[in-house]
Write a protein that binds this ligand. Structure first.
Ligand SMILES: Nc1ncnc2c1ncn2[C@@H]1O[C@H](COP(=O)(O)OP(=O)(O)OP(=O)(O)O)[C@@H](O)[C@H]1O
Ligand SMILES: [Mg+2]
Length: 190
């Protein structure tokens, strides 16, 4: 596993410059929070690391092939349950693991409901469960606890750390309290 190294990154949308000569290192196997005001480019940064967005200039090295993500939006299939959404990604045969983790996350009463019928905070945890169970060397979480109350946040943070399995973890948050729950180095985008 390698450090993820971004060097001299530039990214512009139309006449809006989001990154100009931006560099950062995310050490392999460590936890790092990405913080900064709304619109500063946190999601764009993660999307460039995931290969979903191409920088206009600069290089990104060390991104492993296999990675899991919670995107800023949940991206769940609405017609199927949280268990089925997880299994769709992590593979058949892992239903029990998904049910157990969702139960720990507080969704024990709603395991069979289609995701369209879950609350926003429940959908967030369904997306988190899917990413935590996935294989790979990198875990990327964009505001993973959005919509969760303080108690659920603490539980979700503890489960995120216990299911990290040594993977590099990059997460976006607006909250210092949340950054304290997950810990790690802080990367601030101005
Ligand atoms: N596909 C796109 N087309 C045009 N502009 C975009 C696109 N994606 C992002 N932007 C712009 O890039 C800037 C950074 O957006 P980004 O979503 O990365 O911010 P963010 O830091 O994640 O904000 P938030 O905290 O609100 O999620 C914003 O000004 C946004 O309008
Ligand atoms: Mg964002």
């Amino acid at each position: 596993m390698e450090d993820i190294v971004m060097t001299g990154i530039s990214k512009t949308y139309g006449d809006k410059t989001v990154f100009r000569d931006f560099s950062a290192v995310f050490p392999a196997g460590e936890v790092c929070s990405i913080m900064g005001p709304s619109g500063c480019g946190k999601t764009t940064l993660l999307r460039m690391i995931l290969g979903l967005e191409e920088p206009d200039g600069g290089t990104i090295r060390g991104v492993p092939e296999r990675k899991a993500a919670v995107f800023q939006e949940d991206r769940l299939c609405p017609g199927i349950s949280a268990v089925e959404n997880a299994v769709l990604v992590v593979g058949r045969g892992r239903e029990k693991e998904a049910r157990d983790l969702l139960t720990e996350l507080g969704l024990g009463d709603s395991l069979e409901l289609p995701c369209a019928e879950l609350s926003g905070g429940m959908r967030r945890r369904a997306a988190l469960c899917r990413a935590l169970l996935a294989e790979g060397e990198l875990l990327v979480l964009d505001e993973p606890f959005k919509g969760l109350d303080a108690g659920s946040r603490r539980t979700a943070a503890a489960l995120t750390l216990s299911h990290r399995r040594g993977r590099t973890l990059l997460y976006v948050t607006h909250e210092t309290a949340e950054a304290e729950l997950l810990g790690g180095k802080v990367c601030r985008i101005p």
